[in-house]
Design a binder for this molecule. Structure first.
Ligand SMILES: [Zn+2]
Length: 291
């Protein structure tokens, strides 16, 4: 079923590329914009491949990997030369969040997420919802376009050594092709209705499930449209090939899911789908608490 994931990547690329070409055509009298757009198409196409890699959706020439056993996280770096960063990278994700340096220079993150058609992918490593409707988050680096969001259970990042039942990753890309991921933790509590809609149709095995005509509100997974307190650190993809250069933002505002929803995630990926925390090395972990 590798084909499903690869097809998914291809569809994402075609959709975003056609969106850019449409924007490009509407600006064709502006020569500078044309030059810029051509460059953007190449950059963004390359970066969507990277985005697919973030959840292992792209099989490529890499080796099969998993979250346990002989091809589990401790062996990822040995499975393929392409995965070398998994063992020799110095800025790997996830990390334990603690003893952050408080800073005031970064503003709140402002997200504008629009409803998306309810379609859920199980790529064998996570449950994912693709987004191609112009949703975005504004960070200190400018506008970041939302590409997809997916889940890890237990959480990948930890807070003062503590794991949480679930962590959602909102994967964004900017015009320069840089990836930014906004992470949100979930603790046990009330049922989350958007998670319910996703879990109700999520395939138990690799595949795609779509609920025709139904829409999904990503804001209900995000919690707030404005993230005022968050950790910020440079990191990597948390799945092979563990590529670095990813801007990470982890909200300290937690969301809730019910015990039954947590149990469902545990059943989907037995043994969990979280990479263990990695050394922070020379990186600086920042905590924005301004505004
Ligand atoms: Zn992730």
């Amino acid at each position: 079923m590798r084909g499903v994931a690869e097809l998914d990547c291809l569809i994402q690329i075609l959709k975003v590329t056609s969106l850019i070409i449409t924007e490009f055509r509407s600006n064709e009298l502006e020569i500078n914009t044309m030059k810029h757009s051509k460059k953007s198409i190449a950059k963004i196409t390359a970066s969507i491949f990277l985005s697919c890699l973030i959840t292992g959706a792209h099989a490529g020439t890499g080796s099969e990997w998993s979250y346990s056993g002989d091809n589990g996280p401790e062996y990822w770096g040995d499975l393929s030369p392409e995965y070398a960063k998994c063992k020799n990278g110095m800025e790997q994700s996830p990390i334990n969040l603690s003893e952050a340096t408080i800073f005031d220079d970064a503003k709140s993150l402002k997200s504008k997420f629009d409803d998306v058609p309810l379609s859920v992918i199980n790529n064998g490593h996570t449950i994912q919802v693709n987004v191609d409707n112009g949703s975005f988050t504004k960070t200190e680096r400018g506008k970041q376009r939302l590409l997809q969001f997916h889940f890890h259970s237990l959480s990948e990042h930890t807070l003062d050594g503590k794991s949480f039942p679930l962590e959602v990753h909102f994967v964004h890309i900017d015009d320069a092709g840089m990836l930014s991921v906004l992470g949100v933790f979930f603790k046990l509590g009330e049922e989350n209705d958007t998670l319910k809609a996703i879990l109700d149709i999520a395939p138990n095995h690799k595949g795609v499930a779509t609920a025709d005509g139904k829409m999904l509100d990503p804001n209900r997974v995000m919690g707030s449209k404005k993230t005022e307190e968050y950790y910020r650190v440079q990191g990597s993809l948390t799945t092979p090939p563990c590529s670095e250069g990813v801007n990470w933002y982890i909200s300290s505002d937690m969301q809730e899911l019910s015990q039954a929803q947590f149990d469902r995630f545990q059943l989907l990926f037995k043994g969990g789908n979280a990479r263990p925390v990695q050394p922070i090395n020379q990186r600086v972990l920042k905590l924005n608490s301004s505004d």
